[in-house]
Design a protein around this ligand. Structure first.
Ligand code: KG4
Ligand code: ZN
Length: 335
């Protein structure tokens, strides 16, 4: 079995996964949503302190499985340095005392592997990664052949929901909250601009859309009603999703024009829980005869199970790292 640790942001999570069967033996996650809610976003120092208390608490419950462990895996990039540090320090201490090898995990690749939890890998896939820190379209050809085709120029899809929620004083994280208000809103009431409309521009951008939302909120002044909030949420969610879909369609068109069939499309990351996005992807995949792959809702947001799933592949390939070489990187460089 492998013990995996995730602490890249505001979730503390530990899992234990069987290497051969990929079965999840243990999984606990302590989320800090309540603590960060009143600040309208993640406060790094607070997140670090909460990880420092939550991780040992979870580890205590995982102790009965220690005798069966063959490796320790931990997320070391990208994320908040101060929170990544908590998981990495714990992993190093465990590896030293239990005399086990260490496996370093890229958080974004772990999100991709949430598709394969308790399953075999399946390639190729055109994958959309939408989280709080990243928005990418990825050509997933194999375990080691992963290419980022589209990236964001500024904010991420999930982050734009968080910022809209903050402007409307709705709390954190914004994604699920804005989604709920959007269900009761009119998506046509506010005519927000679709970002980067030039179809040949293969990039995402959410800062202009966020500003357009801010301008409308300012126009409403202090008279923002519950219905206004619902309509802003619905109009914003619709345009943000449309932006994602237009760029995805463009990538698919380019592939098809070069005689490449796109049979598998997937979406991963915390914001892949968004129902409006899932509906749009579903309709589009049916239209082009592609299969849509999704992670279970509970494994969309940050968790150690996806870390453990990727760690199985690395274990089987012998991709271990020396404790002294296991460093933290806050920014994403490549896969
Ligand atoms: O992957 P994740 O848990 O953390 C990062 O790696 O960033 O993603 C968290 C992000 C937050 O920005 C949150 O607002 C967003 O995912 N999110 C959503 C939804 N649920 C979570 N965004 C839109 N709709 C949702 N239903
Ligand atoms: Zn994440």
């Amino acid at each position: 079995m492998i013990l995996s640790i995730e602490s890249s942001c505001d979730d503390s999570s530990i899992a234990i996964t069987k290497i051969d069967s990929k079965e999840i033996i243990f999984h606990k996650k302590i989320s800090q949503v309540r603590e960060h809610n009143r600040y309208g976003g993640v406060v790094p120092e607070l997140a670090s302190r909460l990880n420092a208390t939550a991780l040992p608490e979870i580890l205590e419950q995982a102790k009965p499985h220690f005798k069966d462990l063959k490796a320790i895996a931990v997320t070391n990039e990208p994320g908040l340095s101060v929170t990544l540090m908590e998981g990495v320090m714990m992993a190093k201490a465990l590896a030293l005392t239990l005399e086990l090898p260490l496996i370093a995990i890229n958080h974004l690749k772990a999100h991709i592997y949430s598709l394969f939890i308790e399953k075999e890998e399946s390639f190729p896939q055109l994958t959309m990664l939408v989280s709080g820190g990243h928005t990418q379209i990825i050509d997933l050809k194999s375990y080691s052949d992963i290419e980022v085709l589209v990236n964001t120029l500024d904010d991420s899809f999930g982050e734009s929901f968080d910022k809209v929620a903050k402007m409307l004083n709705l709390g954190y994280p914004g994604g699920p909250i804005v989604q709920e208000y959007a269900k009761k809103g009119d998506p046509k009431r506010f005519n927000f601009p679709i970002p980067l409309q030039n179809p040949n521009r293969l990039a995402f951008s959410f800062s202009g859309l966020k500003n357009a939302v801010r301008v409308e909120i300012e126009k409403l002044g202090s008279r923002v009603s519950e219905q206004d909030i619902c309509d802003i949420s619905a109009s914003f969610e619709q345009i943000a999703t449309k932006h994602l879909m237009l760029k995805l369609k463009k990538v698919v068109d380019i592939k098809r024009n070069s005689n490449e069939r796109v049979k598998n499309i997937s979406v991963v990351g915390g914001a892949s829980a968004n129902l409006h996005l899932r509906e749009n992807l579903n309709t589009y995949c049916k239209e082009i005869g592609a299969k849509l792959h999704l992670a279970e809702l509970k494994y969309c947001s940050d968790n150690a199970v996806m870390v453990g799933r990727l760690a199985i592949e690395k274990f089987q390939k012998g991709e271990f790292i020396d404790s002294k070489d296991l460093t933290i990187k806050s920014k994403f460089s490549n896969f």
